[in-house]
Design a protein around this ligand. Structure first.
Ligand code: HEC
Ligand code: HEC
Length: 293
């Protein structure tokens, strides 16, 4: 009997030690600082940009993830809960330059990394687009949190954080020089910009993508080429895929975010995905899919 008690005690102590070191490792990861200098925009936010800013906050997915006042993006027992917080509460705490750094580099005000902000997609967002979005954010009155809970992790989440299975936005950001304005030389160039800034959060250009959170997406170029321009517009505007199909997350994201694109923007994406080799087709740089939602 005594020996069993001793084994049980040793097992319990081992499990406790393992859990506490997992916890410690995850906290160490979450507290890590990223040294990215603040930089201001070359286009100042202004009241004339507010209406466009609202539209762009939709098409680039800010409202799709954050909703009006906060939203749970992921929740599973033992793993944890990922909350995109209420922007009307968070944005006023940030200076413009701090927002720019958060959006492009995934670094929060306190220098730690945001989790699951699509920094890889947003690193190349133009000053013009970000200035418009900030202009709109600055007009938003504070509303009460729709989601009282905050991001938190359980034991499986500690493991996932400690072993790099949770997307740390600051580690996925691309170190590139962002443009002042979107490229407008040709529709295909603008399309490339939009695909990188929006679609690449979930899709790769020429490969299937598995984001690790259970979302699988088809290769974008192939899909874009299978779609006539009319069917492509229908998908972007209504979420209905060719043959009048509902296609899960894609249908939802089309209705909530992508439907806010202009006809010209939708044309541009289709043009980019269908551009002939050697003409406008921009080198198939691997799109860095960052994460899901
Ligand atoms: C894929 C979903 C997603 C998209 C798209 C997204 N966010 Fe977030 N955002 C998050 C999550 C998740 C957090 C919380 C991160 C954390 O807790 O570390 C967050 C955090 C924030 C914060 C608060 C940071 C803090 O200090 O806690 C702000 C401000 C913010 N996002 C602004 C934006 C803006 C502006 C856009 C659009 C340009 C945007 N987000 C797009 C998911 C998203
Ligand atoms: C939040 C993630 C997400 C974003 C952002 C996203 N997609 Fe998707 N997309 C998906 C998923 C998931 C599927 C697979 C849907 C299925 O088959 O269940 C998909 C499928 C598709 C399909 C194939 C639909 C079919 O016929 O089966 C096309 C075309 C497509 N996406 C285009 C785009 C374009 C263009 C963009 C950017 C403007 C984009 N997607 C942005 C998640 C996303």
């Amino acid at each position: 009997m005594k020996i069993f008690l001793r084994i049980a005690a040793i097992a319990a102590i081992t499990i406790l030690l393992a859990l506490s070191s997992l916890y410690a490792a995850s906290q160490w990861r979450l507290a890590q600082h990223y040294d990215v200098p603040l930089a201001s925009l070359r286009i100042a936010p202004s009241t004339t940009l507010v209406a466009e800013g609202e539209r762009r906050a939709h098409m680039f997915g800010c409202t799709g993830c954050h909703h009006e006042a906060g939203n749970v993006l992921f929740k599973a027992p033992g793993v944890g809960r990922l909350v995109a917080p209420n922007l009307t509460r968070m944005a006023p705490l940030y200076s413009d330059a701090e927002l720019v750094r958060l959006i492009r580099h995934g670094v929060k005000r306190d220098g730690t990394s945001a989790i699951a902000m699509p920094a890889a997609a947003f690193s190349g967002l133009s000053d013009e687009d970000i200035a418009a979005i900030i202009s709109w954010l600055r007009t938003q009155p504070r509303v009460a949190d729709a989601e009282p809970a905050r991001t938190s992790w359980g034991p499986i989440g500690w493991f996932a954080v400690a072993t790099g299975r949770v997307p740390f936005s600051a580690e996925r950001a691309r170190n590139i020089a962002p443009p002042l304005q979107r490229p407008r030389a040709t529709p295909a160039k603008q399309g490339e910009y939009l695909v990188q800034s929006i679609c690449s959060d979930c899709h790769k250009l020429d490969e299937e993508n598995d984001n690790g959170w259970g979302m699988h997406t088809p290769p974008l170029r192939m899909m874009g080429q299978a779609y006539s321009l009319t069917d492509f517009h229908t998908l972007m505007r209504t979420g209905k895929a060719m043959g009048d199909r509902e296609v899960g997350t894609m249908s939802k994201v089309a209705r909530s975010d992508l439907s806010h694109m202009t006809d010209k923007e939708i044309d541009a994406i289709h043009a980019y995905l269908n551009a002939a080799e050697g003409s406008d087709r921009v080198a198939a740089a691997p799109l860095s899919a960052s994460n899901g939602r």
